[in-house]
Design a protein around this ligand. Structure first.
Ligand code: ADQ
Length: 458
């Protein structure tokens, strides 16, 4: 089958020379190999933003950016994407800020981006739309007569049917989704939530093998758990194995690590609470452990994000006030980005990693931690049932992040775990992340998109 040119659309486009970060690197590799175009917002707002696309790079593939106006950014990005869709899709319907004006602007920006994308695509291009910012993009492209193969990948969970009624625009969702040829989700749980919604409320019917029909459209719904570049992370971790020395931990002191964007879905305050439980309950009060939580703020213009920061600072202060000694601060909290190489070295030094989201599409930190371990002396992954990664990584210590006592016991168990058990668990985890790495993800997805129906001209 001929390779079709790839057109990727994502909310933000990487602007640097050498893109970093799992998803960005994966898409970069796929585009580099096939040639193609990546379209996304520049991240800067311009007054009265036009529909011009700016060329950021031509080689090894084209990168095109567009600007949004202040008002578009407010309505489409902060308002609808991050204060309606994000909380809804992460089971936080209490945080949804419904605003009809924001919903209107979200649709309008999708229509505008569709016009820009339509100008760029050729008849045989494969179009791959990323994430919840662009749910209606294919339906807008179809209105413009674009009949190319169009795929969508949702990086965050698909809401269950008890949360969906909180979305005023839910009746539009079946048309948004069915305008794609392939809707990719992270997990089986997401597929079953999406099927439940589309069959019960959306009027869709099942054909064969994940294929659905809605009106005169046929489309596919499947899970493609996203992975990481395992070798790149493993190499970075050995090359930066000294990163942990800068922490100046005491002799025998254990390191427990948390790495997340500061987001209420990640369960960071619950985790500090669990660490406090562990400290209070540890059988040997002489045993010292430090929780290093790296959590750079994100989306600070959205109110719920300011609240989570306040919660985290309060609880960290409380645990430290209660437990710290003159020469030991049990919770260290860093509110900035750490270079990826340093991060890889810290993962390797850590005795345990706490990945305890309350809801998460996949969670790449869990996979990065596993990739960074020394197989001879690996650390232990403590993983929430609510991370998408839990479907694959069942040899992690699984916890309920709402139960601080249980999670505290899991920390104790991780720090006491004998070497043979750590090795056996690590071996199973690393096999799983190698089998489903980032190259598998891009190839499996694009292969399925290419086969999702006959392409014109092929
Ligand atoms: P995120 O919610 O951003 O992604 P995650 O999958 O954990 O969550 O990815 C975060 C990335 O940022 C990781 O590569 C991590 O190393 C990096 N990172 C986090 N904190 C950092 C710090 N302080 N300094 C440097 N790097 C840091 C969304 C979904 C996830 C899904 C991904 C990919 O919410 O569920 O796994 O997309 O599909």
């Amino acid at each position: 089958m001929p390779e079709h040119r790839l057109v990727v659309v994502s909310n933000r486009i990487p602007t640097g020379e050498a893109p970093s970060g799992g998803l960005v690197v994966a898409l970069h590799d796929a585009l580099k190999e096939r040639g193609g175009v990546w379209i996304g917002s520049s991240g800067s707002t311009a007054e009265g933003a036009t529909e011009d696309l700016h060329t950021i790079a031509e080689e090894p593939y084209q990168r095109l950016s567009f600007d949004l106006s202040e008002q578009e950014n407010e309505g489409y990005y902060l308002g609808y994407s991050n204060a309606v869709l994000w909380p809804l899709f992460h089971h936080r319907t209490d945080l949804i800020a419904v605003d009809t004006e924001h919903a209107r602007i979200y649709q309008e920006v999708n229509a505008k981006v569709a016009r820009m994308v339509a100008r760029v695509v050729g008849p045989d291009d494969l179009i791959w739309i990323q994430d919840y910012h662009f749910l209606p993009l294919a339906s807008e492209l179809r209105k413009l007569g674009v009949d190319n193969r169009i795929g969508f990948f949702l990086h965050i969970p698909f809401p269950n049917s008890s949360d969906m009624p909180a979305l005023p625009e839910r009746r539009l969702m079946p048309d948004w989704l069915s305008a794609y040829d392939l809707v990719g989700l992270q997990t089986q749980r997401d597929v079953s939530n999406a099927l439940d919604f589309l069959l019960r409320d959306g009027g869709a019917e099942i054909l064969l093998r994940g294929r659905l029909r809605l009106g005169n459209r046929q489309f596919e719904l499947r899970s493609f758990p996203i992975g990481i570049d395992v070798d790149a992370f493993a190499t970075a971790s050995t090359e930066n194995a000294g990163a942990g020395e800068r922490l100046r931990l005491g002799p025998g002191e254990k390191l427990v690590l948390g790495v997340d964007r500061l987001d209420y879905s990640k369960g960071i305050p619950n985790r500090v609470e669990a660490f406090g439980e562990y400290l209070r309950g540890r059988p040997d009060p002489e045993q010292r452990a430090t929780l290093l939580q790296i959590a750079p703020p994100s989306r600070e213009n959205v109110e719920a994000y300011r609240d989570i920061r306040h919660d985290l600072e309060t609880i960290s202060g409380r645990v430290n006030g209660e437990m710290a000694e003159l020469d030991w601060t049990p919770v260290r909290y860093i509110r900035r980005n750490v270079p990826r190489d340093t991060l890889a070295g810290l993962y390797r030094r850590a005795d345990a990693c706490l990945v305890t989201p309350l809801a998460d599409g996949m969670n790449l930190v869990a996979k990065e931690f596993v990739a960074a371990q020394d197989p001879e002396n690996p650390g232990v992954l403590i993983l929430s049932h609510f991370a998408g990664a839990a479907e694959q990584l069942d040899e992690a210590l699984m916890v309920n992040p709402y139960d601080a006592v249980e999670a505290g016991k899991a920390i104790q168990k991780a720090l006491d775990m004998p070497l043979h058990e750590r090795r056996a668990r690590h071996l199973s985890l690393i096999r799983s992340i190698r089998d489903y790495d980032i190259t598998w993800w891009t190839e499996a997805y694009l292969g399925a998109l290419q086969e999702a129906g006959p392409l014109r001209g092929s």
